[in-house]
Design a protein around this ligand. Structure first.
Ligand SMILES: [Zn+2]
Length: 119
């Protein structure tokens, strides 16, 4: 996995608030929701934001038993190769408890002269 150069689509930086790795172009950190940019270009880019994938589910353990869980995220490319795999959270569920899990993919149009396809 190559790291995109600064100023090109997919370039990343650390959020100044929570240190999560986020898109360099992000105007709002998707992790901590802290605001990062207020310039016109980022406001326009934000308007192009779509959520093409969102999955939610709630799990309840079978009565009487405790279960442990691990939420695992995997991202694969067009060849099926895993480019990212992370354990998002782990924990235990006891009788009467439940956990809801949400996966959301946000996409924004990469704009400007630097948005050309990389070679
Ligand atoms: Zn953040």
């Amino acid at each position: 996995m190559s790291t995109p150069r600064p100023g090109t689509p997919g370039a990343t930086r650390a959020c100044p608030h929570c240190k999560a790795t986020i898109l360099e172009s992000a105007s709002v950190c998707p992790a901590c929701r802290g605001h990062l940019r207020y310039d016109e270009a980022s406001i326009l880019r934000d308007k192009s934001k779509v959520v093409p994938l969102r999955i939610e589910g709630t799990l309840v353990p079978p009565a009487g038993d405790a279960f442990e869980y691990a939420m695992v995220l995997s991202i694969r490319n067009e060849r099926g190769e895993e480019v990212n795999r992370q354990v998002i959270g782990v924990g235990a569920l006891f009788d009467g408890e439940e956990r809801s899990f949400t996966l959301q993919v946000e996409m924004t149009e990469a704009s400007g002269a630097k948005a050309r396809r990389k070679h």
